[in-house]
Design a binder for this molecule. Structure first.
Ligand SMILES: C[S@@+](CC[C@H](N)C(=O)[O-])C[C@H]1O[C@@H](n2cnc3c(N)ncnc32)[C@H](O)[C@@H]1O
Length: 209
């Protein structure tokens, strides 16, 4: 994003909480791939969705340092439940530190492991699902997550423009192909409605009718 636009938005958008600001800095200082975290703008977008929808059950695929997890925890009622799945156990200490700092240790259940193996065992339906994990598996996640979403529920998927590679037909690597297929699956599914927004790396809102 254009630097002066970013500064303008930063100045006028409501600020992030102190704990989210601290976690964002910690993520950039202490992890190898800090860009994997949602941006503050994206986090505010996710928070707005949560405030408008007030989901009681949320599922996140791909926790990383829990920046989006804590964003969603802050923006929902105390009784809401968030299940978040992360494959890389290296992030577990940082996640727990910040769940404790933010006071959401009881609201958030972290599951360490491969989401593809864990999802079939989850019970009940979810009001909101945030998909933000391995891109090659997006089409597989689409099928599983659709079943876990209640009618009227929202699937939010990150990186659905994949650095704009999806619109360049010459690019055919596995991740780009998987994201194209994911976008197409949602577009052609009569039971879902899709809105792909060019926010950061592309964020899709996919609602189950
Ligand atoms: C882009 S980051 C998530 C960012 C986080 N949702 C946020 O908004 O700050 C993607 C995360 O997915 C995790 N991941 C990749 N494959 C996974 C899988 N099969 N199951 C669970 N987590 C996975 C990665 O280890 C990484 O931490």
């Amino acid at each position: 994003m254009n630097f002066s636009l970013e500064q303008y938005l930063d100045r006028l958008n409501s600020p992030s909480s102190a704990v989210l600001e601290e976690l964002y800095i910690d993520t950039w200082l202490h992890t190898m791939y800090p860009h994997m975290a949602s941006s503050p703008l994206q986090s505010k977008f996710l928070a707005f969705i949560c405030k408008l929808l007030q989901p009681s059950r949320i599922l996140e695929i791909g926790t990383f340092t829990a920046y989006a997890t804590i964003t969603m925890a802050e923006a929902t009622l105390a009784k809401a439940e968030i299940i978040t799945i992360e494959a890389n156990e290296e992030y577990e200490p940082l996640i727990h530190t910040y769940l404790k700092k933010s006071g959401f240790e009881n609201k958030v259940k972290l599951i360490i492991g491969d989401a593809k193996k864990i999802l079939p065992d989850l019970q009940g339906l979810f009001d909101l699902i945030f998909l933000d994990a391995d891109k090659v598996s997006y089409p597989e996640y689409y099928v599983t997550l659709k079943q876990l979403l209640r009618k009227g529920g929202l699937l939010v998927a990150d990186n659905t423009l994949w650095s704009m590679k999806v619109i360049d037909e010459k690019i055919t690597d596995r991740e780009t192909a998987a994201i194209r297929l994911f976008n197409q699956l949602a577009a052609s599914d009569k039971e879902m409605e899709q809105l792909i927004l060019p926010l950061r790396d592309g964020i899709s809102l996919i609602r189950k009718k």
